[in-house]
Design a protein around this ligand. Structure first.
Ligand code: SAH
Ligand code: SF4
Ligand code: F3S
Length: 438
């Protein structure tokens, strides 16, 4: 019994929280661990990694309660090792092992290229901790992307990490460190590897992706990637309004591979609050920027992030946010209630009554939902292009994403996974569209 077990590949279960960068990191970590196959359930895993997020309150508490739930699994499988990775690992470090001794391994987002050595160490019964911001480039130490079998047609590709902006509410500059960009050639090589595995669309990721400066600007990198044979679509996220330069705007007009979708968080529509948030832009400058982008790409789908109930936000400040949303007309938007993050400047300031903040959040979300749905309805009757990502539940049904990132169901599809097809939209549903091939 035990002999068969030692010969079988070990099983790896990764639970990913937080942003797309964590999704990307989870993939890279899984690829780096030799001798493991992925599993969807914690119960049969020999290694569990919680890839955590620290952006909002209670993140660390959630991780500790999840660890408490996982701990008994160690009694059932003596080979089981448990690791914490991501931004809570960075923020809490060895405190995690102190509070939950069932944890074998803690590794931060900038040092997970050392995971294979750490895995070997924990297999000898020791614990392993690494929350350095190392000198070396982790991407030079990770294996190429060609290891595993065919991939889904859409993939994330991290090109920039960290943040130097220090918005008054945000932990990212502390958990991910200073802005660092990957060299453009390294990114292009990774994109080529992904295309060889069947990828047709990449989303370039960065905490401030448009601050990219890997020997090229983001616009230049996008144009380099547009030349990669077989790579049909390029997206990027998340952008900061202050780093949206003219050439990047021009790329939206001159590079057909660049999809007409832009996630450009503004956080608030009130200049008083924006100043307190240390955003270094105004509501007006944001609106003029969108005007400029729409003048070269009128159909661009706008998306954003909002925080309501930031310290000292009044009803008038909130109304300014509602007015800004009305003016922009978002295809998508994400809104969050302000969450106090110890160690950030805003944590020390007079807080808004939580009930008041909840009520504002509901009003904002209702407005955003109305805009999203109206835009989806406006797609009905229009031709769209869809990258087919997977088969649907019904026979002949295929699912994919439009250029505007809407989920699209195609009935009676002839196209295959990985194809980009022209369709006509027939119906708007709450979270998706239906369409037929044209
Ligand atoms: N670098 C990106 C994303 C940062 S985190 C950017 O600047 O846009 C993603 C979103 O989480 C932010 O845009 C913000 O809306 C939200 N967020 C960050 N810190 C928060 C906090 N303390 N409370 C509530 N929402 C927060
Ligand atoms: Fe956080 Fe602001 Fe940096 Fe975005 S730009 S990661 S919100 S500090
Ligand atoms: Fe969360 Fe870290 Fe991303 S705090 S949002 S996982 S950068």
């Amino acid at each position: 019994m035990s002999e068969t077990k030692s010969q079988a590949p070990k099983k790896l279960f990764i639970k990913t929280y937080g942003c797309q960068m964590n999704v990307y990191d989870s993939e890279r970590m899984a690829e780096s661990l030799e001798g493991y196959v992925p599993t969807d359930t914690a119960e049969d895993a020999d290694m569990i990694l919680l890839n955590t997020c620290h952006i909002r309150e209670k993140a660390a508490e959630k991780v500790y309660s999840e660890l408490g739930r996982l701990k008994p699994l160690k009694a059932l499988n003596p080979d089981l090792k448990i690791g914490v990775t991501g931004c809570v690992a960075q923020a809490e470090g060895e405190e995690i092992i102190r509070r939950q001794p069932a944890v074998d391994l803690v590794v931060g987002p900038q040092s997970y290229h050392r995971l294979p050595q750490m895995e070997a160490r924990v297999r000898t019964g020791k614990t392993a901790l690494d929350t350095d911001f190392p000198e070396e480039d982790k991407f030079n130490h990770l294996k190429g992307r060609g290891q595993k079998a065919r991939r889904a047609p859409a993939a994330f590709l991290t090109v920039q990490e960290g943040c130097d902006k220090f918005c008054a509410f945000c932990v990212v500059p502390y958990t991910r460190g200073a802005e660092v960009s990957r060299p453009a050639e390294q990114v292009v090589r990774e994109a080529q590897e992904l295309v060889e595995r069947g990828v047709r669309e990449v989303t370039l990721l960065g905490q401030n992706v448009n601050a990219y400066h890997g020997g090229k600007t983001l616009a230049e990198l996008i144009r380099m990637l547009a030349k990669v044979d077989g790579l049909e679509r390029i997206r990027y996220t998340t952008s900061h309004p202050n780093d949206m330069d003219d050439d990047l705007i021009a790329a939206h007009a001159d590079t057909p591979e660049l999809m007409p979708y832009l996630h450009l968080p503004v956080q608030s529509g009130s200049d008083r609050i924006l100043k307190r948030m240390n955003r270094k832009h105004t509501a007006e400058s944001y609106l003029r920027l969108i005007e400029k982008i729409r003048s070269v790409r009128p159909d661009i789908m706008m998306s954003g992030d909002f925080i309501v109930g930031f310290p000292e936000e009044t009803e008038a400040d909130f109304q300014a946010t509602m007015d800004l949303v009305e003016e922009v007309n978002y295809g998508y938007a994400y809104s969050f209630k302000y969450s106090t993050r110890p160690g950030t400047p805003a944590a020390e300031r007079p807080q808004v009554d939580p009930a008041e903040a909840d009520e504002r959040l509901q009003r904002l979300q209702a407005l955003i939902s109305r805009q999203q749905y109206a835009i989806q309805e406006s797609m009905v009757g229009r031709e769209l292009s869809v990258l087919i990502e997977r088969a649907g539940r019904q026979d002949g049904q295929m699912l994919g994403k439009s250029e505007y990132l809407h989920s699209v169901h195609i009935d009676n599809a002839t196209a295959q996974i990985g194809d980009v097809v022209r369709v006509r939209c027939t119906r708007a549903m709450t979270n998706s569209l239906t369409a037929v091939e044209v």
